[in-house]
Design a protein around this ligand. Structure first.
Ligand code: NOJ
Ligand code: MG
Length: 533
């Protein structure tokens, strides 16, 4: 008899990303913190998600809001203490939830003791922990590599007369992962948190971790458009996605596997055929290379369908899929596809095959908040002010209630709260059956309850654009999903089978519990989930 496949929590579950500065403030300093998160765990349990991923909470000068770490094994006082962290972890586990931390191995803060040591002299025992290089004969940078956040990727150090490389800010020097000491140091960091019991890591910019050993020039990008970040002027062929990265990922996975039931997630922005290589040989790489397709895609049925097919087809045997709808670096889904399509987008995320990752506030339909130039905080926005690249709009405080500052803080919020918070907030939406929040909760609960949705197969169904249709199947249970990705009504006319069943969930709740048989008419922006009989 064939053995029943066992599914793990990170396969069948749902991940919810918390940007800790903006989730809940507990001490009135205007910045969210660990105690704040603890106070909102009941909400997350009510919502029904399985795991939370928290963006960096470590000591940091905050040049890049925590992605510039000066101590990998501590907690920034802004967020609380190690006791607060231990309490958070215990409270998370008490509720049968999981906690995923953000690991930032590609670079440290320039204030990290490792870098201070490395910078102190050319003979420092840690000199080789970072990427130092002499100037060219004319004094210019060692090569043409650019920083993601604008300008050159190289920074000159007057004292030791060499350049160091930073893929992001100059305050974020890249570690030299070719050095085995660096590897061991970071594996120890992983063990520190895994020993505490964290359930896994989301690894920052995994595809950046190793660079070409000859540091060759990157080729120009012939398709560069003026409005894009200056970084896009070159194709990062030699500064990212190097073959050697896979050995490192495999080593990180081995460390993860020293512990039971932990997950290793990789942040990787690459085309599908490159992305899937991060599962590694025999799936010994990252468990989940984040799939950002829903973030970058043109929002129409044909494109989405062909991309899902491409992704499903490219997955290695045994590689588990995943889908991300938003994060702290990207415009919010509601601002990308519009409020009218936001429910359809949520249905897509929560009915596709593979672990869904949602971003705090999307369940309310929170939108990008316009932040006036004088209030911009994000270095990406500040460094390239003419390009509209600030990530602040998607990082505004969670909207909990209609009390001042949306219940986020009693102080002055570090980033402005959306003006809409009086009508768009958790408290109000909890009280309204028809709200976005209640809709998301029903979707989440349905996915969690139905094996067909959380572990079932994905079977494409032919449908004319602007419709997208597919079936999720587990054992004999079949669930049909039909999404109208346009604003106009249209008819779903199945070609190969007469579908009969009951709508169990709809973007318009009045359709729920009604029967379908054969052709199905859909309103504009409508999506339905049909349990087939
Ligand atoms: C990706 C993170 O998500 C982003 O917020 C950060 O700025 C860069 N990596 C650099 O760490
Ligand atoms: Mg606080």
């Amino acid at each position: 008899m064939a053995q029943q496949q066992q599914f793990l929590w990170w396969q069948s579950g749902i991940i919810y990303q918390i940007y800790p500065r903006s989730f809940q403030d507990s001490d009135g300093d205007g910045v969210g913190d660990l105690k704040g998160i603890i106070s909102r765990l009941d909400y997350l349990q009510w919502l029904g998600v399985s795991a939370i991923w928290v963006s960096p909470i470590y000591p940091s000068p905050m040049a890049d809001f925590g992605y510039d770490i000066s101590d990998y094994c501590g907690i920034h006082p802004l967020f609380g203490t190690m006791d607060d962290f231990d309490a958070l972890l215990a409270e998370v586990h008490m509720r049968d939830l999981k906690l995923i931390l953000d690991l930032v191995p590609n670079h440290t803060s320039d204030q990290h003791p490792w870098f201070l040591e490395s910078k102190s002299s050319k003979d420092s025992p840690k000199r080789d922990w970072y990427i130092w290089k002499d100037a060219k004969e004319d004094g210019s940078e060692p090569n043409n590599w650019l920083s993601v956040f604008g300008g050159s990727g190289w920074e000159w150090d007057e004292q030791t007369q060499q350049y160091y490389y930073h893929a992001f800010l100059k305050e974020q020097p890249d570690l030299n992962w070719r050095n085995p000491e660096v590897q061991q140091a970071m594996f120890d960091v992983m063990r520190f948190w895994l020993d505490k019991g964290v359930d896994g890591f989301r690894v920052d910019v995994m595809w950046h971790m190793v660079k070409d050993d000859e540091l060759r020039d990157n080729p120009p990008n012939p398709n560069y458009k003026q409005h894009e970040a200056t970084y896009e002027q070159l194709i990062p062929a030699y500064s990212t996605d190097q073959p050697e990265v896979h050995d490192l990922v495999e080593k990180m996975r081995k460390v993860t596997d020293e512990y039971k039931k932990r997950v290793l997630i990789g942040e990787i922005y690459l085309p599908i055929h490159r992305l899937v290589t991060y599962y590694g040989h025999d799936n010994k790489g990252t468990h989940l290379p984040f799939n950002f397709m829903l973030i970058n895609i043109d929002w129409n049925a044909e494109t989405i369908k062909s991309k899902i097919d491409e992704y499903e087809g490219a997955l290695p045997v045994g590689g588990w899929p995943n889908w991300v709808i938003g994060n702290h670096d990207q415009p919010r889904i509601t601002s990308r596809v519009g409020t009218s399509q936001a429910k359809t987008a949520g249905m897509l995320l929560l009915t596709l095959r593979g672990t869904p990752t949602m971003y705090y506030g999307d369940e309310l339909g929170m939108r990008d908040v316009p932040v006036p130039p004088e209030e911009v905080q994000d270095p990406q926005g500040l460094n390239m002010p003419d390009k509209d690249l600030s990530r602040d709009p998607a990082r505004t405080p969670m909207q909990w209630s209609d009390s001042e500052n949306a219940g986020f803080t009693t102080g002055k919020p570090w980033l402005r709260v959306a003006e809409s918070y009086r009508r768009l907030n958790v408290k109000k939406q909890q009280a309204e059956e028809e709200s976005m929040l209640q809709y998301y909760r029903r979707l989440i609960r349905l996915r969690q309850a139905e094996p067909a949705l959380h572990i079932g197969d994905y079977i494409p169904v032919q449908a004319k654009s602007p419709l997208l249709a597919y079936i999720r199947q587990h054992d004999s249970k079949r669930i049909l999903i039909v999404l109208n990705l346009s604003h106009k009504p249209c008819m779903f006319r199945p070609q190969h089978e007469r579908y009969k069943g009951t709508i169990v969930l709809g973007t318009a709740s009045e359709r729920e519990n009604s029967k379908v048989d054969g052709n199905i008419s859909l309103s504009g922006d409508e999506g339905i989930v049909v349990v087939l009989s």
